[in-house]
Design a binder for this molecule. Sequence first.
Ligand code: CTP
Length: 361
Amino acid sequence: MTRGAQQFVGAVTFEGVTGRRVHSEIFESGEALAHIRLARHAHGIVIAPATADFVARSAQGRAEDLLSAILLAARCPVLIVPAMNDRMWSHPQTVINTTHLREIGYDVMEPAVGPLAFDEGEGPGRMPEPDMIAAAVTRMLSKSTALNGKRVLVTAGSTREAIDPVRFISNHSTGKMGVAIARAARARGAAVTLVAGPMEVAPPAGVSTVHVTSTEDMARAVGESIASADVLVMAAAPADFRPSDVASEKIKKAHAPDSLALTATTDVLASTIAARPPRLVVVGFALETESLLQNAREKLASKKLDLIVANRAGVPGEGFGSDTNRVTIISANGDEALPLMSKDDVAEVLLDRIEALISGR
Ligand code: CTP
C-alpha cells in the first residue's frame, strides 16, 4: 500500500480482509531489500487504482517508495488501472505519462466512464469494474492466448479522395477504434499490421503501420498482406465515392462547378474475398444511421464476414471520434448487444470473440 492508499483504507483493515501481510515501507524492519524480493517473487503486478500521481511517478521511473521501487526492480508483466478525476485523466501531461508507460510495455487500462466522486458529473476516470480488471489480469498472465503469434491485419481511419490538388472527399473517422484493436491485439502477442488512412490518433507502439491516403491505396495495402494474415479487422471507414475526374490544377472559385460527378471506389472487404486464405477470420464494421441490425446482417452476408460490429452514426458517445462506443457484435449464430463502453473495452470483447473463432478452426 502506498501512503495515499492508506488514507482510504488502513493497513490493518486490509490485512484483516485479505489475510495477507501488507507491505508499505521501502525499508521494512530488518529487510533492506524488500522491494527486490517482492519484485522477483511476482508473476505479474497490478496497480489498482493507480492515481494521477502514481502514473506520473512510474512514468519517471522514480523509486522513493516501496511500490515504485518494486516496479523498477520487476521484469514481470505490469497492469496499471488508472482512476482519477476526468480532467486529470485528459490533461496532456497524464496523456504523455500513460503513452510513455505503454511504450515501455506496461498495460494501461482505460478508465471506465460513469459518475465520479465529489459530484464531478460523468466522464472517463472511474476505476473499471472488478470483472474487467480480473479479465485483464487473466490475459496478462496467460502466456498463450489464441492470438499469440498470429498475424492480425487491422485497418483504421478514413481515406481521402482528391477533387483537385488541394481538396478531397472524406468522412469523420478518427481511427480510435482501429487503433484500440491494433494495440489490444499486440498486447495479446499478435504480430499486427495496421493499414492506416488519415487518423487523429497516433498508431500504437509495436505494430507495423502502413500509411495510405485513398481507398485504392488501402485496398492495395490490404491485398499485399492478406495472404499471410490469420485475422482481418476492417475498422477503417474508407471513402465510398471519388470524383470521376480529378482536376490537375486547383479549381478556381470563379469557376466552381455546379456539381461533382462521383464514381464508387473499391469495396476493400469485398475485394479480398477471392484472395482470403482458408482459415482467415474476417471482421467488418457497419456504421448505420437507420435499420442498424438489418443492414449490418446484410453486410455480414454480402461481404462474407465471420463477425460484423454494428454501430450507430450520429449518437453522442458512440461511433466517430468518441472514446466510447455502443455496439452489437453479429455473427451467423446471433447478436450480442454490448453496453456503452470504452473503445478499448470493445476491442477486448471483440478479440475474445475472434480468439474463440480461431480456436474453433
Ligand atoms: N468497407 C470497405 N471498403 C469500402 C467501404 C467500406 O471495405 N469502400 C468496409 C468497412 O471498413 C466496414 C464495412 O465495409 O468494415 C462496412 O462499411 P460501411 O461504411 O458500414 O458500409 P458500406 O459498405 O460503405 O455500405 P453503405 O454505404 O451502403 O452503408
